[in-house]
Design a protein around this ligand. Structure first.
Ligand code: GDP
Length: 597
């Protein structure tokens, strides 16, 4: 590529750039003449966490290139591997992986279900029954996940049961579960959290195996559970569906082996594979601070092999892996795909659900971690509002409008569901991912975050915790009292007609210290006092705190050179379009607008 548009040179000519459907971060950096760290930072601003060897979709790459002043066109992929890369969803990171390098990996299983139905008992019983002989007597530690061996096959179980943890992790970016075991107590049947668990697993496209627990109890009624499952759209094999249901008792351990064998069967059908011979990637399942060992994080490796000495970044923490421990507290030197290990060596405690990747260089990891840390404190969220989705629909960027319905009665849920699903058009499908009676809860908000869904409430309220969480995560909760208003809103959104809401985002401030005459007017000699000023910034000129002019930067220079941006603490010359009557002490506020959501 000839576009050697080095950082800092003017980009006024708007060169045209051909970008393929997916492009590796490294290649994008080369095309744009930027370091891959700069590209990674740009991607982060757009909510995409990618490492140098990962690929991003055209939409994301073109957004970065457009901001840097390119005209972007979608064109031929420059290399053969990228041509073969699978089509990516917007914002999703895809990895072209050579089929031959893939090897089978153990399934990763999460146990879900209503409180007291026996999730913990099942996890404990499996662990106790299936530890290998030499480990007996070893002190097992709770590190958030463990592995068992069944008929020479390994299964990884996540030791934090419940759909809340599962969806909270998805909301953070980690999708690690391959199979969900839905526990239903045979004496109690399907309860509200069972329904939630079904919605959460289904929304994540994770296959379900039903464990009908407590069959040792006299009040157990497995047939009743099977009927109720059907009513909730879980059709078990016995009734002609494809969901396996295993009756068992965590207490007597009857049926446990059956459950494990069925997990292996579902795993075999899913052909779970990963390449162990590459730098590791995965997710944090649990983390804590140890008094002497410092921050400890249990990670599950998803791809590659993690080794001591590797440099990792997880969310906004980073570090060199000093030591790794398995669930028996034994030191291990490496961990391959689907293996959980507790990692020591991070500079701070990461959050469960953060994804981790191995990086080449500690300095780059630190820079990236620090800039992620800043993004976190600035509260950068990626809100999904109905207006924003409508804008994306209009632009042809989304094809599904995901919705969570909460209403006062089952009757109103059904009325709303059928009315809004009917609004689907060829280009956009209205997809109800979960429904429930009662107020909008934290669990609903987490599901909406993880599935980029909008919550519609009909004659219900929002729980306080849910309200706070929705603000943090940027989830749109829309409450209605009149059904046709609700339907009309969705109709307008589906047609891509809802007006997007824009908000100003301040980039930085510069103080005017001097004025210079140039051809055609005056520019200001400034010092950037916080943030940064960009060549393409919008600006307001403030005098004594009052805005006296609003337009955009017309020129941005350091010494004699045109530059793309000037950071805090540096002097520069700023020209403002349509304004040249600067006075010393004026403040130039640089900002850009972003679509809310
Ligand atoms: P969780 O809240 O889903 O994790 O449920 P627990 O594993 O804590 O179990 C709740 C209660 O049910 C406990 O008192 C268990 O001892 C009991 N329990 C769990 N599994 C069984 C079972 O198979 N049979 C009987 N009789 N009781 C069980």
């Amino acid at each position: 590529m000839t576009q050697k548009d080095k950082k800092g040179t003017p980009v006024a000519e708007k060169p045209t750039l051909m970008l393929p459907t997916t492009i590796m971060v490294r290649d994008l950096g080369e095309m744009l003449g930027l370091s891959h760290i700069d590209i990674i930072k740009e991607l982060m601003k757009r909510g995409v966490m990618a490492s140098v060897n990962q690929s991003v979709h055209f939409e994301v790459a073109s957004s970065v290139a457009t901001d840097l002043g390119y005209n972007v066109e979608q064109g031929e992929a420059p290399t053969a591997t990228e041509e073969e890369a699978p089509a990516a969803v917007e914002g999703e990171v895809v990895e072209p992986e050579d089929e031959k390098s893939l090897q089978p990996r153990p399934p990763i299983v999460t146990v879900m279900g209503h409180v007291d139905h026996g999730k913990t008992s099942i996890l404990d019983a499996i662990r106790e029954t299936n530890v290998t002989a030499q480990e007996v007597g070893a002190i097992t530690q709770h590190i958030g996940a463990y592995q068992v061996t069944v008929n020479d096959h390994v299964i990884t179980l996540i030791d934090t049961p419940g759909h809340e943890a599962f969806t909270a992790m998805r909301a953070r970016g980690a999708s690690i579960t391959d199979i969900a075991v839905l526990v239903v107590a045979a004496d109690d049947g399907i309860m509200p959290q069972t329904k939630e668990a079904i919605s959460h697993a289904t929304a994540a496209n994770v296959p379900i195996i039903v464990a009908i627990n407590k069959i040792d109890l006299p009040a157990a009624n497995a047939d009743n559970v099977k009927q109720q499952l059907t009513q909730n759209n879980i059709i078990i094999e016995e009734f002609g569906g494809d969901v396996i249901a295993v009756p068992l008792s965590a207490k007597t351990r009857e049926g446990l082996d059956d459950l494990l064998e069925h997990i292996l069967l579902v795993a075999e059908v899913a052909e779970l594979k990963a390449n162990p011979d590459r730098p590791a990637e995965g997710a944090i399942v649990e983390s804590r601070k140890h008094q002497s060992r410092g921050p400890l994080a249990t990670v599950i490796v998803q791809k590659g092999t993690l080794r001591t000495g590797d440099i990792v970044i997880a969310g906004s923490s980073y570090g060199k892996v000093k030591a790794m421990f398995d669930e028996n507290g034994q030191r291990v030197k490496e961990a391959g795909p689907s293996t959980p290990v507790e990692v020591m060596g991070l500079n701070k405690v990461p959050r469960a659900g953060d994804t981790f990747v191995v990086m080449d260089n500690e300095r780059e990891a630190r820079d990236l971690a620090e800039s992620r840390g800043r993004a976190e404190t600035e509260g950068t969220t990626h809100a999904v509002t109905l207006e924003a989705v409508s804008g994306d629909i209009a632009a042809g960027r989304v094809k599904d409008l995901n919705i969570v319905i909460k209403a006062d009665t089952v009757g109103s849920i059904e009325a709303i569901r059928s009315s809004i699903e009917r609004l689907s058009i060829d280009e956009v499908r209205v997809h109800v991912i979960s429904t429930g009676t009662g107020n909008v809860s934290e669990s609903d908000v987490m599901l909406a975050t993880a599935s980029r869904a909008i919550i519609l409430g009909f004659t219900v309220k929002t729980d306080l915790g849910a309200k706070k969480k929705a603000e943090i995560e940027g989830v749109d909760i829309r409450l209605y009292d009149i059904i046709y208003v609700l339907i009309e809103d969705i109709d307008v959104a589906v047609k891509g007609l809802m007006e997007p809401v824009f908000q100003d985002v301040i980039d930085g401030h510069a103080e005017v210290r001097a004025m210079f005459k140039v051809r055609g007017g005056k520019i200001s000699g400034c010092m950037v006092t916080d943030g940064l000023v960009r060549r393409n910034s919008l600006v307001r000129v403030l005098r004594d705190g009052v805005m006296i002019h609003e337009s955009k930067v017309s020129s941005l220079r350091r010494f004699k050179d045109d530059v793309r941006e000037v950071a805090n603490g540096l002097e520069c010359g700023i020209g403002v379009e349509g304004f040249d009557t600067f006075e010393e002490g004026d403040v130039i506020e640089a900002f850009h607008t972003e679509q809310k959501g």
